[in-house]
Structure formats: C-alpha cells, structure tokens
Design a protein around this ligand. Structure first.
Ligand SMILES: *Cc1c(COP(=O)(O)O)cnc(C)c1O
Length: 456
C-alpha cells in the first residue's frame, strides 16, 4: 500500500484521543527521513516552523507521521478554526466534490457561491445593503478591495499602517510593513502606498488615550497635509495586527480612523483575514471596536482549510466596478464554498463564538498569572481565541527574539505547536482551534509556563 492510500483511509482509523502524546523526539525519524526529499524538491525560500509531516488532524490534535500527537495552537495560521476535519466541513466537501469541482463562476454559476455571499452580507457589521465578491487567497482579496476602492473613488493613494501584514503579492507586500522576510530584495514596490504609524500602546510610551490621540493626529496629517485627502482612495487596517504581533489598538482608535476616512470620502477597509470568522469571540473583530467598515476582507478561517477569500461591502461601492472588472479562474471555487458553508454551520451548531470567548478567558487567566512570575513577559494581550505574549529583556521593554525562540523551541519539543510573530520577532501567538478541549488547552499552557520558567 502506498503512503497516499494509507493517509486517505485515515477516516476508517479509530478516533484520535484528545491527548498530547509523544512516541519519538520531535521531529521523529519518519519526518526526518522525508526532510531530505523535501529539501531537494522544494525551494529554501519557504521556511517551516516545525518540520514534522502531518498524517491527520482531529479537534485540538495534530498527529504526525511518527504517531506523535501535538497540541495545535496554530490552526494552520488561524485557518482551521473549526478544527482540521470538522464533520460539517468534511461532509459538505465530499458531497460537492462528488458532483463537480469547478465550473469557473465567470463561465457558469452554482448555488454555493451565492450562498456564501449572502451569508457574509448578513454577518458582516452594519445593516446597509451589501454585496460580496469571492476570491481565492487573502492577498488577492486585499488587492481587489483596493481595486474596488480606486474604481469607486477615482483616486489612487492607499494608506496602511506600521506593523501591517496584507500578503505577499506585489501590492500587498508593498502594503506590508516589515522588510525581512516579506519584502527584502523583491522591489521595486507598487506606487501610491503610504504608511501611518499604528497605535501600539505597549511601545508608544504614553497612556493608551494619549497613544490613540497622537496616532490619529499622525494619520490626519498624512491624509490631509502630505497626500491630500482628495487623492486617497482607501485606508486599510487590521483591527488587530496579526503577523505584526497581535497588537490590540487602544479604545477609540479604530473608530477615529474610520471617522477620518468618512470625513474625506475615503473607503475604510478592514483586513479581517486573520481576525475574522469567529476567532475573537465575535464573527468579526470590528464588532469589538464598534466600527462598520465600508469593505471587509476575509480569508483564512472562511474556507475551513480550503482556499477561499472575500471582499464584502457597501453595494454601491461593490457595484462601482465595470462588468468584467472582477474575477479569477478559481474565484469562489465550489468545493471551497461548500467548506465555507460547513464552517458557518459548525460555528453556529457548536456555539464557537462563545467558545472563543471562553478560550480567551482561560488563556488570559493563565498567562496573567504566569506574567507575574516571569520577568521576560512584557505584555499579555489579545481578544478571544487570539492571544499573545510579548517577550522582552527583564526590566526593560527591549524585544527579546532570543527568549521567544527558546520558548517556541521548548514547546515544539514537548509537543505543543506554538507560533511566533511580531515586527521584532518577540511574540508567541496562540491560535488554537475553537473546538479544542479545556483539558488540552490547560496542558499546552502548562508546557508554555514550563518553557517560560526555563528562561534564565
Ligand atoms: C494571512 C493574511 C493575509 C494574506 O492572506 P494569504 O491567503 O496568505 O494571501 C492578509 N492579511 C492578513 C491580516 C493576514 O493575516
């Protein structure tokens, strides 16, 4: 039997127990044996956080090819929020793929596309008339939000923020703040992209109120004085920065950004690719800040692991683009749409918004207690099941990427799949699937606490 056959028959295997369980060192011998082939077939440009090959996912567990059971605090970067194989997603995908896998919506239509659009129109903030266009990746959706904003306003400039991450295509890597590894050597970059400082309370050196006030003044200066408001098509912001370090802006800041956009006829775009679809305990992180974006960009958790992204927004903006101006061969692929409908069903049936809030409370409680005894922890922050720890040199606010890497490595070797992020590489982020059990989460947080205590 080939390896592929073994894996595809995984559904016939007994259920995975929701327990961390190591049979070998991490990575194990079977993963290591595959690594040489991977290295010769795949370019060095794609790094891997934890070089283990996965055989199966279930609930909060990732099973590798050596039979090790790792606790998932990554969800494939906030994608498998309902778990890596939720029955509602799996059954709808099976049913769809048995009927047909692709028509191209530009050629002939199918129900799933329209159903996903309707659902996003209903769930995104605001009760104005909305329309949704589906795409394939997050970056592609961000690019299209900019295209729509430019087409609707007949303006060109795009404003983004410090610590932003919007993708790896030419326009979105230009919009992304951090040079290495995302931009280094890949220029020249797209024109007419400007950057305002992001309100980052921990590093601003003032009260949160003052931070919001000063950051908004800087944005206003950029819009009005430096670019000219009549030239600005869009302001694009992540309600909570993802790759930039799970930076939660101070109260009033996002509403202030929206007010500046509204005052000048600028399209206000929320990039909810990482924060959206239930991650923060609300369907969209914008809801926590009480903002109603003109356009909302979603991807990651939307397709439950299948590639799907969307731009949802004011009907008059979405309709400003001429017929034929939006599209893509795989836009809103029917199998990905079926998966998305399964994701919406899973969130509702399993009460995963409530669950995201509970997960947030559990993590926050444990991490705040840990911060009191670990001097390397500068700040614990996040909303719902999107939580992070920023590591600094004790007694200072100087970032410590070394401590961060040591904590991540400790977790990996103990079978906990934790990710890092942050402009300074000094943040460990926790993005567990929302179906993880309390026991498994407590176990993973225990390992994380041991990792922090091991710092000298
Ligand atoms: C991941 C991400 C993107 C890019 O999505 P891709 O599917 O990788 O292109 C854009 N914006 C944010 C906030 C993200 O987290």
């Amino acid at each position: 039997m080939t390896e592929a056959t073994t894996l595809s028959s995984a559904v016939d295997e007994p259920a995975v127990t929701q327990k961390r369980w190591l049979r070998t060192a991490i990575p194990g011998p079977k993963s290591l044996a595959r690594q040489a082939r991977r290295d010769s077939a795949v370019p060095n440009g794609i790094g891997t956080v934890l070089p283990v090959f996965v055989g199966r996912m279930s609930g909060g567990i990732v099973v590798d090819v050596d039979g090790n059971q790792l606790v998932d605090l990554a969800s494939g970067i906030a994608v498998t929020s309902v778990g890596g194989a939720h029955p509602a997603v799996v059954s709808r995908v099976h049913e769809q793929v048995d009927r047909f896998s692709h028509t191209c919506f530009l050629v002939t239509e199918y129900d799933g596309f329209v159903e996903v659009a309707d659902t996003l129109n209903r769930l995104t903030p605001g009760d104005h008339a909305k329309k949704t266009m589906l795409f394939t990746t997050g970056a592609e959706a961000v690019e299209n939000a900019v295209k729509i904003a430019r087409s609707a306003t007949k303006r060109q400039a795009v404003i983004t923020f410090g610590h932003a991450y919007h993708g790896r295509t030419l326009l979105t890597m230009t919009m992304t703040a951090k040079n290495a590894p995302y931009k280094d050597g890949f220029g020249p970059f797209a024109p007419e992209v400007y950057r305002a400082p992001l309100a980052y309370p921990y590093r601003w050196g003032t009260t949160p109120e003052q931070c919001a006030h000063e950051a908004l003044a800087a944005l206003d200066d950029l819009v009005v004085k430096q670019i000219g408001a009549h030239n600005v098509a869009a302001i694009v912001i992540e309600p909570i920065s993802g790759e930039g370090g799970f930076i939660v802006p101070p109260p009033g800041y996002l509403a202030g950004v929206q007010a500046i956009a509204n005052a000048h006829g600028i399209v206000f775009v929320a990039d909810e690719v990482q924060t959206g679809i239930g991650r923060t305990g609300a369907m969209f992180a914008s809801e926590h800040a009480g903002i109603v974006p003109d356009l909302v960009v979603t991807a990651k958790a939307l397709g439950g692991g299948l590639p799907l992204s969307a731009v949802t927004g004011r009907a008059e903006l979405m309709d400003a683009v001429h017929p034929g101006g939006l599209g893509g061969t795989y836009s809103g692929n029917p199998v990905a749409c079926a998966a998305a409908l399964g994701v919406f069903e899973a969130i509702e049936q399993d009460h995963l918004l409530d669950r995201a809030r509970e997960i947030g409370e559990l993590i926050t409680r444990r991490l705040h207690a840990l911060a009191a005894e670990c001097p390397w922890i500068g700040e614990v922050r996040g909303v719902g099941a999107m939580q992070a720890v920023e590591f600094v040199v004790p007694g200072t606010t100087e970032p410590s990427p070394e401590a961060t890497a040591a904590v991540a490595a400790f977790c990996h070797h103990a079978g906990v799949l934790a990710l890092t992020c942050g402009t300074y590489g000094n943040v460990v982020r926790m993005l567990p699937p929302l179906v993880i059990s309390d026991e498994l989460l407590e176990d993973a947080l225990g390992v994380f606490a041991d990792a922090c205590r091991s710092l000298s």
